[in-house]
Design a protein around this ligand. Sequence first.
Ligand code: NDP
Length: 259
Amino acid sequence: MAALAPRSALITGANRGLGLELVRQMAEGRSAGTRHLLACCRHPDGPRSEALQELAKRHPEVITVLQLDTTDLSSIQQCSQQVGSLLGSGGLNLLINNAGIISHGTMQTTSPEEMLATFNTNVMGPMNVTKEFLPHLRAAAAASGTAGMSCSKAAVINISSVLGSIDITAQSYSAYPALAYRISKVALNMMTACAAQEFKQSDILFAVLHPGWVKTDMGGEGAEIEASESVGGMLRVMDSLTEKQNGAFLNYKGEPLSW
Ligand code: NDP
């Protein structure tokens, strides 16, 4: 059961994998205070969104499915407008930038197109989504009337990866190159560290979380943990965050990771 209790939360890439499990656990374990779970995906009516639509039908009072392609600025802006109408002056408490793609090549095998696509989805996506939703996050911080920072007040959680840790590259590169993906997650980590400084006066908390190596389409069947364990852990970590962890890089158990 998730203890995290924002009034509103928005999750990108919510139709499968970790995003879908985040919506499921937040809907099923929510506190009475949670009113809006905005589950965003590229193709709400497509075959890969059927599980999300089923989940939304089971919890129509709290889940709203919205179209959002994080690489398409007009889609982000349209979604932000819809979110503004839904949430009003209460704003958006928690934005989880979860959508991401992987590319497995090395320096020698990664094409410029693959590099740009990975950077576009994993870095420009979270950056543009965060920028367009800032008015809603600021509104939530202002509406809270409480001091300090938390994921129930105003926060952006970027789902990164331990593969974005430069420190572990020597031990892990030959087994798992994923050059474009690693570079994109390092950039996402730096973007989060910068945003943590830029928006601390606005009481908007930023952090990066590594979900573990998880059995999803991306993580594969041979991964270490189930999505339920990863998401249960990440929700507990999110629930525990305060201004002391603003800009932190943590795993799903709450352990700090090296940059
Ligand atoms: P999946 O591949 O299972 O799911 C990825 C999700 O991202 C899908 O919902 C996909 O939607 C969505 N997505 C991709 N591109 C876009 C886009 N342009 N706009 C909107 N949505 C998009 O991955 P996971 O659930 O495993 O991964 C989620 C996050 O966790 C990622 O950021 C990943 O890097 C990170 N992570 C995962 C690990 C793992 O072991 N699984 C390990 C470390 C980090 P669609 O169906 O439309 O393609």
